[in-house]
Design a protein around this ligand. Sequence first.
Ligand code: SF4
Length: 180
Amino acid sequence: MERATIATVWLEGCAGCHMSFLDIDEVLLDLLPRIELTDSPITDFKDFNFRRVDVGIIEGAIGNNEQLEIARRLRDRCKILVAWGDCAVFGGINTLRNAIARADVLKCAYIDSASTVDGIIPDDKELPVLLQKTVPVNRMVEVDVYVPGCPPSPEAIAYSLTEILEGRIPVLTADMIHFD
Ligand code: SF4
């Protein structure tokens, strides 16, 4: 694959997966001439009108209607969609809220939290609406490559990207998804 175009998004996650990408150190120097990052939190993009790309990468689970729309747009505009990290692959820590009613989650966050005084639950029409449950990416759109880990190790990220650039779907070995 010549100079692959790549778009990455950060949905319901902590940015740790993107940090792990930056942690691949000198491998990044090998990869950079072979890729073009079109849209990414790393490039500080502000809208989600993705151009068509070779590879789309999602960090984070899907927990609100805006994240769902972003995932669908990226799926629609990429050839290979990668789920980066346990939040994207399994739902991750975000799914802790799934056993709690949505109204109670909002009340806990905006009214009952220890640091809140006279809190209100925001209801501006422009704000994303929580889905009933937070779900992994493949519950909403088709995923081609899974790179689990919290975060995925820099080695796993480097390996999976290199394989994709070579035209292969990466198969991660056990040592890449196991933490001692
Ligand atoms: S998988 Fe871990 S590092 Fe990645 S977004 Fe989720 S919590 Fe953060």
